[in-house]
Design a protein around this ligand. Structure first.
Ligand code: KG4
Ligand code: ZN
Length: 385
């Protein structure tokens, strides 16, 4: 089954085409026929974070070229034109005039490709950004009559972390997923395939957001996660003497919630108290922050793993690209119970991409869980559970 994946929840515009088969995680296999991603990082960097309306405009500008690229890569472009109701299309894309213009030109050239379903991120994420992808999927549905799966971005991160080569890794339930990204920090328990129960979440900032804000305090560019991680690694490699101490918020509390806003504020205070911080001090502070974040994430994950008797721990979302967090999680799990399997995403697919959207797209499509194109809405706060 061929699934076109579309992701526009934040600052990456992405499209892909996968060919997948199988009835569940055990016999699933897939092939990436085409994959394209345009990162808006450089555009948002001057603002120190993602500017939603700018993200929306960039998505609208890039979706058609990326989709065309994906269809070209997969030899799926079909000579056109595509016949469709142009009036309805103009209404549908009234808020994305540039997208309408590009899509009309594209459909004048090309016909309906051999695709079984379109998977698009319906949420969670930045609503103006999500709408562009959702409306694009609805427009393709109008033109080609291909069904739509409304994919949940977080389910995408979960499934992406299960991927091993062209299939899913062998694992057993219950699965505990630590989902850490720019917008989310949560612990989700799955007792069965595609069943989710949230057992904890952040009460304020997401951990990725804290990485980004701390980076800004240290004068480092957006996105801050990889920057902090780089400085912290230097501090460890160079054995820089630790001078700074940061709290481990909520680490000892008897719940599975998190809080990262106080940690970020503590970094800010230290930076204000040391206006002429040396490079070594910056590296030390980055290391202490990364250690503090990892300590809390790992401690709570392990406690939940024990409490719920999980067989598998999974880490997903952009922050799961962090080497230190991965290493610490693996080390501590090994200490506590070496029979627990740890699943991490392929390193280049930890941050947002379209393949992670095509995966839930496939699994919902085989269950015929399609969205009504007329009713489909973007939902910035869409929940997994
Ligand atoms: O999943 P993602 O690409 O987008 C959201 O859904 O939010 O995650 C982006 C977040 C950003 O906050 C970024 O700073 C963080 O992931 N991130 C990292 C690393 N790479 C990306 N954080 C820590 N260490 C990294 N290596
Ligand atoms: Zn994400």
């Amino acid at each position: 089954m061929k699934i076109l994946g579309i992701e526009t929840s934040c600052d990456e515009t992405a499209a892909c085409l996968i060919d997948a088969s199988g009835t569940g995680p055990a016999d699933f296999t897939y092939q990436v026929l085409g994959n394209a991603l345009y990162s808006q990082v450089a555009i948002h960097a001057p603002y120190g974070g993602v500017f939603p309306n700018l993200a929306k405009r960039e998505h609208a500008k890039n979706l058609v070229p990326l989709t065309q690229q994906v269809l070209e890569q997969s030899n799926s472009l079909v000579p056109g034109p595509t016949p469709y109701d142009t009036e309805q299309m103009s209404v549908l894309l009234a808020r994305e005039p540039e997208l309408l213009e590009q899509l009309s030109a594209f459909l004048a050239h090309y016909g309906k490709p051999d695709i079984d379903a379109i998977a698009v991120t319906a949420g969670p994420g930045l609503e103006p950004a999500l709408w562009v992808g959702v409306n694009f999927a609805r427009a393709l549905n109008l033109a080609w009559d291909i069904p739509i799966v409304a994919a949940n971005h977080m389910e995408g991160h979960v499934m992406m972390s299960m991927v091993e080569g062209d299939h899913l890794a062998a694992f057993e339930f219950p699965v505990l997923s630590l989902l850490i990204s720019g917008g989310h920090t949560e612990l989700v328990l799955s007792r069965e395939w595609m069943q989710y129960e949230r057992i904890g979440q952040t009460r304020d900032d997401a951990v990725g957001e804290a990485f980004d804000k701390v980076a800004r305090v240290l004068g480092l560019p957006y996105p801050g996660g990889p920057q902090i991680s780089r400085l912290a690694a230097q501090a460890r490699a160079e054995n820089i003497t630790p001078v700074f101490n940061l709290p481990r918020p909520m680490m000892g509390e008897d719940n599975y919630d998190f809080s990262f806003s106080g940690l970020k504020t503590a970094v800010k205070r230290l930076a204000e108290a040391h206006p002429d911080m040396s490079d070594d001090q910056k590296k030390d502070l980055a290391r202490e922050f990364e250690d503090a974040a990892a300590d809390v994430l790992v401690a709570k994950t392990l406690r939940a793993a024990e409490e719920y008797g999980v067989q598998t721990v999974l880490v997903g979302g952009g922050v799961s690209a962090n080497t230190h967090i991965r290493t610490e999680l693996a080390r501590k799990i090994g200490e506590v119970d070496s029979s627990i399997k740890l699943l991490v995403p392929p390193p280049d697919l930890a941050t947002d991409n379209a393949i992670m959207i095509a995966l839930p797209g496939y699994f919902h499509a085989i269950k015929k869980e399609f969205a009504d194109a007329n009713e489909l809405r973007a939902n910035g706060n869409l929940r997994l559970v």
